[in-house]
Design a protein around this ligand. Structure first.
Ligand code: NAP
Length: 301
């Protein structure tokens, strides 16, 4: 497939690395792998990012202006994946859709779906193009092209949004499967409620934990806590220490679902506080035993 990646950062760069690495693998193993090679062009805002994308082999060519990508490459593009921050997805689509042929299928990687899928589909339909929403559930605490890494998506879940256009849906599914993802289909609204619970609210909760620790005003105790923090605090603080712009956009574009999850969390935390204040140790242990039993539903051992 010929693929365009717009927004060469952690997600866009990592996708390009895997797509181009698959070409190398298929060359080395040409007898058993007859899959066509991917050609990947990139578009990003910063010229330095475009150069770095080419240098690390995340893209074959990249530019800041779609006008500088050769016409014959644009004409043969099958799929364009928009990997910019959430707020730039629709403006980016509006800017580039008119420059691409009508057979192109667009997808995105935004962490919210309801605010994107319908308007994006409307923009694409103006040019006879199709749009399928995606959310590859993979990431690290880092950002930018130099944070891109191979196999980021391996064995991780990916959401695609439903469409009556089964051919377009299948192309987007196979893109994510080709980089090792397990693909699930769900509506934008269901996606947004589910990821608010397991991704967006946890960012706010984890960030609040870090901020609460920093409120300690006994400097000796604060320094000691920072020295003693180990694997437990590494796990519980990881998502609170990630990309601040991404966290803001999750809350801004998925406000009602994020609030719903945070209100449920606040209510549960208040119950835990009450149990501790009232010295209800057996009930507290029962509560923790239940969460111990329930965790594997989310994170299988
Ligand atoms: P990132 O590392 O900051 O990458 C985004 C890249 O987009 C930046 O490097 C920037 O490149 C480029 N960019 C910014 N504005 C642009 C614009 N207007 N036009 C073209 N390029 C632009 O962020 P990311 O983590 O990859 O996130 C990208 C998308 O993936 C977001 O929509 C996010 O919701 C989604 N996502 C993130 C994660 C995660 O955990 N990080 C997981 C799943 C999905 P320049 O250097 O050229 O400015």
């Amino acid at each position: 497939m010929n693929i365009g990646i717009v927004g060469l950062g952690l997600i866009g760069g990592s996708l390009g690395l895997d797509l181009l690495a698959a070409n190398q693998d298929s060359k080395q193993d040409s007898e058993i792998n007859s899959q066509q090679n991917n050609y990947v062009w990139g578009l990003s805002r910063n010229p330095e990012t475009c150069k770095q994308g080419e240098a690390i082999a995340a893209v074959n060519i990249a530019d800041t202006d779609i006008e500088n990508i050769p016409d014959r490459i644009l004409a043969q593009t099958d799929l364009v994946v928009i990997c910019t921050p959430i707020a730039a997805i629709l403006p980016t689509l509006t800017a580039i859709a008119p420059k691409l042929p009508s057979h192109v299928i667009f997808t995105d990687v935004g962490s919210v779906k309801a605010a994107i899928v319908e308007p994006a589909s409307t923009i694409c339909s103006e040019f006879g193009q199709r749009f399928i929403g995606s959310h590859p559930m993979a990431g690290t605490a880092f950002q930018g092209i130099l944070a891109a890494e191979r196999n980021l998506f391996q064995n991780r879940p990916c959401v695609v949004t439903p469409s009556e256009d089964l051919e377009a849906l299948e192309k987007v599914r196979s893109l994510w499967q080709s980089v090792g993802m397990r693909v699930f289909e769900c509506s934008p609204a269901e996606h947004d409620r589910a990821v608010a619970m397991i991704s967006h609210a946890p960012v706010m909760i984890s960030a609040s934990l870090i901020a609460a620790c920093q409120q300690e005003n006994d400097v000796k105790v604060l320094n000691l806590a920072q020295t003693l923090a180990s694997s437990g605090f590494r796990d519980t603080s990881r998502v609170g220490g990630g990309n601040p712009e991404l966290g803001r956009l999750m809350a801004e574009y998925n406000q009602s679902a994020v609030l719903r999850s945070l209100y449920a969390y606040r209510q549960t935390l208040q119950k835990v506080i009450n149990l501790i204040e009232d010295q209800q140790w057996d009930q507290l242990e029962d509560f923790l035993a239940k969460t111990q039993r329930d965790r594997p539903f989310y994170v299988p051992e």
